[in-house]
Design a protein around this ligand. Structure first.
Ligand code: AHG
Ligand code: MN
Ligand code: MN
Length: 345
């Protein structure tokens, strides 16, 4: 019988660490604890239809959106795991207005801070559709031995040390990067381990999929309308239009396009003039992963990772995915904005 050699997430992390001289294992421990929290949240997500975790928790998060019960649970699990790691001095979560500092001796000595969207795509929980968790890890700017400070969290995405997501889908996967490519691990429920299933993920330069909430079409900037129209035209090579695929969970939409090739867009709209997605919790980690997989992430003009965050909950327009698709969308946006400029001048 053929023997398959599996690599678990922890083995992989340790092996990677061994390749870095002087690494002390701090980042490895942090990633290990994120893996544990992901398994706990996964268990709860799987039982969502059976136990009393469906529906709203009765409070609103900072974005004014109703917090689903699982959002609260996931936020708590990841917060506890990060505190327990002893390597993280504080976190910023989409679910909390302010940063959380783990103000004790062990945590204050921690080198890292983490930002997270503990449950992404929460409107999909009640209908058994994929949801996720997104995280970023940065080195703190403030001195070790003290409480974390807000400036630790307002670093541009190009300072990320690691980023990743967990997608709770038909199987549960953890996908992460430390700046040396992107690797994906699938949870094997029979052994309770994330196992390397997608080594060195690379996104095709061109894709056949476009993902956008097209219900907002009337409110899109002219360039986005034109790009969406272009996607519906017959492609010269395939003689078919592009496929429209939109789940409504950024993690799940991005994950599919990361593997297959495609573009995800969340442009500004009338109700969300800066777009809907948050720079720190969503766009930066996804942007880092995209770039590490040979894809790109932009706000339509600028590289996402170079944006200097002004506040914790800042939103930005977001275009990410296959390199040639995003570049073309950017060209459409820039051409039309130049034309609008000319007309109005
Ligand atoms: P969250 O559940 O963390 O608030 O994020 C939801 C986000 C994102 O996952 C998704 O891409 C987008 O909202 C969908 O928004 P629309 O429903 O406006 O398309
Ligand atoms: Mn989200
Ligand atoms: Mn969320």
């Amino acid at each position: 019988m053929k023997q398959y050699r599996i690599t678990t997430l922890n083995e992989f992390i340790i092996r990677r660490q061994a390749n870095i001289p002087y690494a002390k294992g701090e980042l490895s421990r942090l990633l290990h604890h994120i893996g544990i929290a992901a398994k706990v949240v996964n268990k709860k997500v799987n039982k969502a239809g059976l136990v009393d975790v469906l529906g709203a928790a009765g409070s609103e998060n900072i974005q004014g959106e109703i917090q689903q019960k699982l959002d609260v649970f996931a936020d708590m699990q990841f917060t506890t795991a990060l505190k327990d790691s002893g390597e993280c001095c504080g976190i910023a979560s989409e679910e909390n207005q302010e940063i959380i500092t783990f103000d004790d001796d062990l945590a204050n000595d921690g080198k890292y801070i983490v930002t997270m969207d503990p449950l992404d795509g929460s409107s999909n929980i009640d209908v058994n559709v994929s949801i996720g968790t997104i995280f970023s890890i940065y080195k703190r700017l403030s001195p070790r031995g003290h409480k974390a400070e807000e400036r630790d969290f307002l670093q541009p995405g190009n300072r990320q040390i690691a980023a990743g997501y967990v997608v709770y889908g038909s199987s549960t996967m953890l996908v992460y990067t430390t700046g040396r490519g992107v690797n994906g691990f699938t949870l094997d429920p029979s052994i309770g381990e994330f196992c390397l299933s997608h080594p060195d993920i690379q996104t095709p330069q061109d894709g056949k999929i476009y993902s956008i909430n097209e219900g907002n079409y009337a409110n899109f900037p002219e360039g986005v309308k034109r790009y969406v129209d272009y996607c519906k035209e017959k492609d010269a090579a395939t003689q078919r239009p592009k496929k429209s695929r939109y789940i409504g969970s950024l993690v799940a939409d991005f994950h599919r396009n990361l593997l297959k090739g495609g573009i995800f867009m969340y442009p500004p709209t009338e109700s969300s003039p800066s777009g809907k997605l948050r720079l720190i919790y969503e766009c930066n980690p996804i942007g880092f992963l995209a770039e590490q997989a040979n894809a790109i992430a932009s706000d339509g003009r600028n590289r996402i990772l170079d944006i200097e965050p002004q506040n914790l909950h800042q939103r930005v327009p977001f275009y990410t995915g296959s390199r040639n698709m995003v570049r073309r969308a950017e060209r459409f946006l820039q051409e039309t904005s130049a034309r609008v400029g000319k007309n109005s001048g």
